[in-house]
Design a protein around this ligand. Sequence first.
Ligand SMILES: Cc1cc2nc3c(=O)[nH]c(=O)nc-3n(C[C@H](O)[C@H](O)[C@H](O)COP(=O)(O)OP(=O)(O)OC[C@H]3O[C@@H](n4cnc5c(N)ncnc54)[C@H](O)[C@@H]3O)c2cc1C
Length: 491
Amino acid sequence: QGITASQSLANFTQAGVAPNNTKVLILGGGMAGIIAARTLHEQGIDDFVVVDAKTEFGGRMIQKPFGVTGRQIVVEMGPSWIQGTQDGDGNANPVWELAQKHNLSVVESDLYGSVSFFDYTGPSNYSDTFTASIEAFTNATVVAGQRLHENKVDMDLRSAYSYLGMAPTTPQEEACQYYQVDFVYAQSPSQTSWLASAWKHNFTYVPEAGGYSDVHMMSIDPRGIAWIVQAEAVDFLKTNQILYNQTVTSIHYDQNGVTVLTAGGYNLTAEHALVTFSVGVLQNTDVVFQPTLPDWKREAINSIEMAGYNKIFLQFNDTFWFDTEMGLYADLQRGRFPVWQSLDHPDFFPGSGVISVTVTGDQSPYVEQMNTTQLQNEVMEVLRTMYPDAPDPVDIHIPTWGTNALYRGAYSNWGASFVPGHVENLGANVDNHLWFAGEATSLKYFGFLQGAYLEGQRVGKEIADCIYHGSCSVAHEATITNAQPYPNSLQ
Ligand SMILES: Cc1cc2nc3c(=O)[nH]c(=O)nc-3n(C[C@H](O)[C@H](O)[C@H](O)COP(=O)(O)OP(=O)(O)OC[C@H]3O[C@@H](n4cnc5c(N)ncnc54)[C@H](O)[C@@H]3O)c2cc1C
């Protein structure tokens, strides 16, 4: 049944006729775009078209068969975890519900309890330091949260961590802090982290804060995690509502409607356009807006960070590494090929010979510009520090999110100077006809699939409200203020 749905979506492609004068153009067929489309459909609006540069739905949910012939597994270039499920009968993560509805094969990951430790000398047991860092991170999020409730200036996570007396000095302490702060939130290991205090990150994992649960469910489904939106789309989309293979180059808008131009020469007109492209795309000049977006919108777009996160996949003839799920490597250079995940684990893909290593932040552009041989040499230098007799891999792959014009990074992250007013402005419409949604416009779940889902739902309802009742205006803040002027003595 799964295959049928996937194939029927593939057949939706290559429409020959440009849809004109539709009510809504949904630009982007990732999680946000498909859920916005479904929401419009649920509201009785079917006069819309979903446009994407690719020829399948899923956006950043991209899977790939990896490995030598006869030993391939499907690996996820982008999201592999449904982060946060449901605690008892508390709030359920809608992405988790979607996964269950479409029978996605998942297995729980033990990211903090199943870890082996290494440093630049080889195996090295610093599990006590690791345990202390988990506690410090939790406390840092609490401290930072209290500060915000007291109207104190926000702190970045690393500052809050050090403020609690946990300033790391050794490579092992740095690696533990990296795992807590940089790894999940895709930070730049060599810079002082700008990541905002964890008050803004609590929601996914903390049911008490309205979130879901501290559970990480990893997809091991051969259809890929994108299956959950592809299968969902089959339920309500018709072929004439899909335009694949069209890269949007410019969006013209005014108070009457929109015109969208594509690289394939299409000239699409509509009453409304919903932009679900990543903030990385919006920060670049890949898509031109005419007129230029207003100041308050451009400030919001450019104040959020599009973080780098690359999983490098390696396949070997045999396994020779740890039997835990994760391996943490502490190099003298912070963030150098630090977090390893064994996919050849009994619960994941046993017998596959596949292991992956993740780099984040400013290590991402560094590895993305290497050719395969350079990359392999650098990765193997670290792996041979951990295992001196490690053979050469039989296959290697690195996804290039930063240089891909459809993403320009992995996912969004808040800096300490990015305030809730910026999120409001990121998600607000312009001239009542140009709408925005995606993971980055989510106040509570930015960066996560659930952020994209809930924002697709939010904007779908807003557009329906606008169409049915004429209430189109979405509030935004004309000026974001939280800064203090210099004291007079300095002026
Ligand atoms: C490496 C990585 C790991 C991640 N890990 C997790 C995880 O474990 N758990 C989790 O919850 N989240 C994770 N995420 C984040 C998650 O993938 C995103 O939050 C979510 O997929 C964003 O959905 P979206 O609809 O907002 O945007 P997108 O998925 O980016 O959708 C936008 C769509 O617009 C299209 N597009 C872009 N530009 C153009 C153009 N010019 N013309 C036409 N089409 C265009 C794109 O092709 C894409 O289909 C990860 C992301 C990455 C990259």
